[in-house]
Design a protein around this ligand. Structure first.
Ligand code: ADP
Ligand code: MG
Length: 261
């Protein structure tokens, strides 16, 4: 079965896109077939992988609107085994356009059904809002990862997110499971990071990934080179953290293929 992971948090700047890109690259590096779907009209997942926005017509927009097939809107990336369905500026209109469309909660799920078998992992990079695009991600996914930035207001809004998720599980997608909360941009020199970590681990218990992603300049530089951190600087603490996280994700997904297929 394809593991479909939504990276969601209605806060912006918490590390959703960075995590989706770097987990995608790490899973591809251990020979998993990966599709990254960019559901954010900002399109950072595509630019972070070296795509120039206006240069391709492929987008998740026609797929969600029923104007095109998923297979026709997927591009290969420079990373072997990793594909992307990029975003486009039109996608910002989708929130409103979806409102009076039929089957509005399940359009992404239904559109991706024909390509599921081509991938071991489908990663859904959500926009920073709890609108219809995120709802479509949550009805499509079977796992949820919630990135939290290690800062003072980290847990603010998470309660709201979790009650939305509970509602989605009840009404639309009983198969959606919390995979884990991920602490990002952790700064060891800052006492606050440790305090946030303790707080989050108390709140979410074993639903917090053991791996914590450090604040690391290599991670923030990599997108401007159109590369995941793993390819930009494999030895950097950030790239290494995402490799460890990928093994936790593989375990949590019950994916017991040998590391190298
Ligand atoms: P989101 O998708 O949740 O809005 P992003 O993944 O785009 O968040 O991250 C927000 C910003 O923080 C980006 O500029 C990104 O490069 C930077 N960033 C993310 N994770 C790290 C990290 N571990 N260390 C340093 N910078 C990071
Ligand atoms: Mg993003």
């Amino acid at each position: 079965m394809t593991t479909i992971i939504a990276f969601a948090n209605q806060k912006g700047g918490v590390g959703k896109t960075t995590t989706a890109i770097n987990i995608g690259a790490s899973l591809a590096a251990i020979k998993r077939r990966v599709l990254l779907v960019d559901l954010d009209p900002q399109g950072n997942a595509g630019t972070g992988l070296g795509f120039i926005r206006a240069a391709h017509k492929q987008s998740v927009y026609p797929v969600i609107m029923g104007l095109g097939d998923a297979a026709d809107n997927i591009l290969s990336t420079a990373i072997q085994g990793m594909h992307i369905m990029p975003s486009s500026p039109q996608l910002s209109g989708a929130e409103v356009e979806l409102l009076d469309m039929e089957n509005r909660e399940y359009r992404l799920r239904d559109a991706l059904a024909p390509v599921l078998d081509h991938y071991d992992y489908i990663l859904l990079d959500c926009p920073p809002a709890l609108g219809f695009l995120t709802l479509n991600a949550l009805t499509t996914a079977n796992k949820l990862v919630v990135p939290l930035q290690c800062e003072f207001f980290a847990l603010e809004g998470v309660q709201h997110l979790m009650s939305n998720v509970a509602e989605v599980q009840k009404k639309y997608n009983p198969g959606l499971e919390m995979m884990g909360v991920l602490l990002t941009m952790y700064d060891r020199r800052n006492k606050l990071s440790k305090a946030v970590e303790d707080d989050v681990r108390t709140t979410f218990g074993d639903k917090v990934f053991k791996t914590v992603v450090p604040r690391n300049v290599r991670i923030s530089e990599a997108p401007s080179h159109g590369q995941p951190a793993l390819f930009y600087d494999m030895t950097s603490p950030g790239a290494q953290a995402y490799l460890r996280l990928a093994t936790e994700i593989v375990d949590a997904a019950g994916d017991n293929q040998k590391e190298e297929k």
